[in-house]
Design a protein around this ligand. Structure first.
Ligand SMILES: Nc1ncnc2c1ncn2[C@@H]1O[C@H](COP(=O)(O)OP(=O)(O)OP(=O)(O)O)[C@@H](O)[C@H]1O
Length: 336
């Protein structure tokens, strides 16, 4: 494993600036997640590291070595794509063994066998080693695709939404397993997703990409609690952060220049109105272990998370107050 750096990388397709002046270090053994909406430049960033795209300017280094003159095959990276790309005519075993069979590796048959079985156990596909890869469920195929990357020990794993084609339950399971495997192996990993739960649960650091720019990078806790601007604040949190005009909800002293107040569940206090109602419950979504409270204050809608036994019902008048919310200026940047 190795440290990977991107130094002031830019990449355009015709007049579309896909990656803009991107500087990022993925430390040796670190799990970095790039989070951003569609078209933010996530896949392009991975492809630039893998050498599948050439930057217009800037430098990529792996283990301190400049990659400019190295072809993809010489870069010592393993790429997992969004859609499993297995060899359909081969068994699971042969798919996993394939990357190890290159003559340049000079691995013995015993060594290959040991490694294939070890990785098959890690991704829990060891019971299907003799199956043709086409005779697998989508989830099993994607396990094999991830396993095929893991049999090698490259400088860095590049993963492009590897769980996005799976159903929610399997995604949850594999998310945990991938994190465990990465920690056990001490792998360096750059993982791309637009799923905030994946980012929050797996990353050592999350980088937020917007229109090709790295807007903020930090630990999940830091990105959640101290978003640099409105864009970052809106990317994390379920339900979405409520963005309200300054002065709408009482209870907090906004700093000068505040245009927007950002209020998550933990920033809102709800009380049964005592003749001093300022808001109303619109409706309640029951999710089982918790509920979403939809409220309205002076024509603005808000949503917060509540316990399922919260003693309110649609139509109730309530008193809503703020508790240490986030403040943003007219330019969208956070005000401290
Ligand atoms: N080969 C290409 N030719 C032309 N434009 C491209 C090419 N690859 C990417 N782009 C453009 O570059 C921008 C960034 O694309 P990229 O695929 O990196 O985004 P992304 O964040 O990975 O999106 P998604 O989540 O949809 O995969 C987009 O506007 C895209 O249309």
């Amino acid at each position: 494993m190795a440290e990977v750096t991107l130094q002031s990388i830019s990449k355009s397709f015709a007049d579309n600036l896909a990656v803009q002046d991107l500087t990022l270090t993925i430390r040796d053994g670190e799990f970095v997640v790039l989070l951003g909406p569609t078209g933010a430049g996530k896949t392009t960033t991975l492809r630039l590291i893998a050498g599948l795209e050439k930057p217009d300017s800037g430098r990529v280094t792996i283990g301190g070595q400049d990659m400019a003159s190295l072809a993809p095959a010489s870069r010592d990276v393993a790429f997992v794509f969004q859609q499993y790309s297995l060899y359909p005519h081969l068994t699971v075993y042969e798919n996993l063994a394939f990357p190890l069979r290159s003559p340049a590796r000079r691995l013995s048959a015993d060594e290959i066998d040991r490694r294939v079985r070890e990785v098959a156990g890690m991704v829990r596909i060891d019971h299907k080693l003799e199956n043709r890869s086409t005779r697998l469920s989508g989830g099993e195929m994607q396990r094999v695709a991830i396993g095929r990357a893991l049999v090698r020990k490259p400088a860095i794993y590049l993963m492009d939404e590897p769980l996005s084609s799976l159903d929610a339950k399997l995604r949850g399971e594999l998310r945990l397993e991938l994190k465990r495997i990465q920690r056990d192996l001490g792998s360096t990993m750059l993982y791309v997703t637009h799923d905030q739960i994946e980012a929050m649960t797996m990353a050592d650091r999350i980088g937020i990409l917007d229109s090709g720019k790295l807007v903020q990078i930090g630990t999940p806790r830091d990105i959640y609690s101290n978003p640099a601007n409105l864009h970052v604040a809106a990317r994390l949190g379920q339900p979405h952060i409520n963005l309200l005009p300054a002065g709408l909800v009482p209870g907090a002293q906004a700093p000068p220049g505040t245009k927007t107040v950002g209020a998550r569940t933990e920033h809102l206090e709800i009380q049964a109105a005592n003749g001093n109602a300022n808001a109303q419950i619109d409706w309640i979504e029951h999710l089982g272990d918790q509920s979403h409270l939809h409220m309205r204050i002076a024509g603005h809608k808000l949503v917060t998370l509540a316990n399922p036994y919260v003693p309110v019902k649609p139509g109730d008048n309530i008193t809503l107050t703020l508790k240490d919310p986030l403040y943003f200026g007219a330019d969208g940047q956070r005000l401290m």
